[in-house]
Design a protein around this ligand. Structure first.
Ligand SMILES: [Zn+2]
Length: 54
C-alpha cells in the first residue's frame, strides 16, 4: 500500500541534559508526526536521559 522510502527521514537525537547529539535514527513522517522523544543512555551524563529530535 504505502510506497517505500518516500516518507522516511533521518533524524538526530540530542540529549536533553547536555545537548550532545548522541544518536541518529530514522522516522517515518507519515506514521510519526510528532518529534521523537526517546529515553536513551547518554555517556556524557552517565545515565538515561530523554533525547529529543533536533
Ligand atoms: Zn547528556
Amino acid at each position: 500500500m504505502a510506497k517505500k522510502g518516500e516518507a522516511v527521514i533521518l533524524v538526530t537525537l540530542a540529549c536533553g541534559e547536555c545537548g550532545r547529539r548522541n544518536y541518529h535514527t530514522k522516522r517515518n513522517k507519515l506514521n510519526v508526526r510528532e518529534k521523537l522523544r526517546l529515553n536513551k543512555y547518554c555517556k556524557w551524563c552517565q545515565g538515561h536521559i530523554v533525547h529529543k529530535e533536533v
